[in-house]
Design a protein around this ligand. Structure first.
Ligand code: FE2
Length: 271
């Protein structure tokens, strides 16, 4: 992959998203949101890639994955007015279909094309499929995009919660109601250090918890450092309702983050 390829992809991406310009304010807001999200995920993936000290060529491949990871979102929102895959289509697979139809990746080697398509496909799965671990390159890029994506979704969520009351974008809350408390399955997944499941979300508090539960699926130490630096997790935690459950959950999240931090410090001091 060459610099010209990345330039071509960037140019094509902006031409592609321009097709979705709409006078409808809801569509306009959400298309712009995904353009901005894509840009931030590109920045995040480069920060993570550099912390892993990979080559310039590999950084360009990582950036291409970030550029295309949510390509399906534009058609999805325009067609279905939702980002909920279960009520529309799997946006990762939509993105792959578009890349294939438009023959965008044919200028790359088969190996690079395959890594991009598969990393896009795996970016929104609950887990990366086990068998991928034997394909070390693909596994690495799949982990990279998942972390880079999560960092920005947490930014978006924390900004949204800080503005709560002023302006609310219902598409981001997946159209769930405001209700008291949390759904039990979400709480129990978190206490078991597992990511909560989208299907278990019943209200807006559950969405906040689900996003916080992503800390159990983070792959790189640099991701934790960035999250700490940006303070997104603290903001989301501070926006949870004041209940007994919240106290327990916050304590659980904080001890998990502390254990990761001290683990990283120890392994750092060994080098
Ligand atoms: Fe996505």
């Amino acid at each position: 992959m060459q610099k010209e390829d990345l330039d071509f992809f960037r140019k094509w991406f902006f031409e592609y998203v321009n097709r979705f310009f709409s006078p409808d304010p809801l569509i306009k807001e959400n298309i712009e949101l995904k353009i901005e999200h894509t840009g931030r995920v590109c920045e995040n993936i480069l920060l993570l890639a550099k912390s892993e000290k990979i080559s310039e060529k590999e950084c360009m491949l990582a950036e291409t994955i970030a550029l295309f990871h949510d390509l399906g979102r534009f058609e999805q929102f325009t067609k279905y007015k939702t980002f909920r895959d279960s009520e529309s289509e799997n946006h990762a697979l939509m993105g792959i279909r578009i890349l294939n139809e438009e023959r965008i990746l044919s200028r790359l080697s088969k190996e690079e094309e395959n890594i991009i398509l598969k990393a896009v496909e795996y970016h929104n799965l609950m887990e990366i499929p086990q068998y991928i671990k034997t394909f070390s390159k693909l596994y690495f890029y799949s982990k990279l995009i998942r972390d880079a994506d999560k960092i920005d979704i947490l930014r978006l969520a924390s900004e949204e919660y800080m503005e709560e009351g002023k302006h609310r974008n219902p598409a981001l809350e997946l159209y769930l109601p405001d209700a008291l408390g949390y759904s039990e399955p979400i709480v129990s997944e978190i206490l078991g250090n597992r990511m909560a499941k989208i299907g278990d979300m019943k209200n807006r508090n559950d969405v906040k918890l689900l996003r916080l539960s992503w800390i159990f699926d983070i792959n790189f130490p640099a991701t934790f450092s960035l999250l700490k630096e940006y303070g997104y997790l603290e903001v989301i935690m501070s926006c949870l309702p004041e209940t007994k459950d919240t106290g327990v959950l916050k304590w659980h999240f904080e001890s998990y983050l502390n254990s990761i931090e001290s683990g990283a410090r120890e392994s750092g001091s060994k080098h």
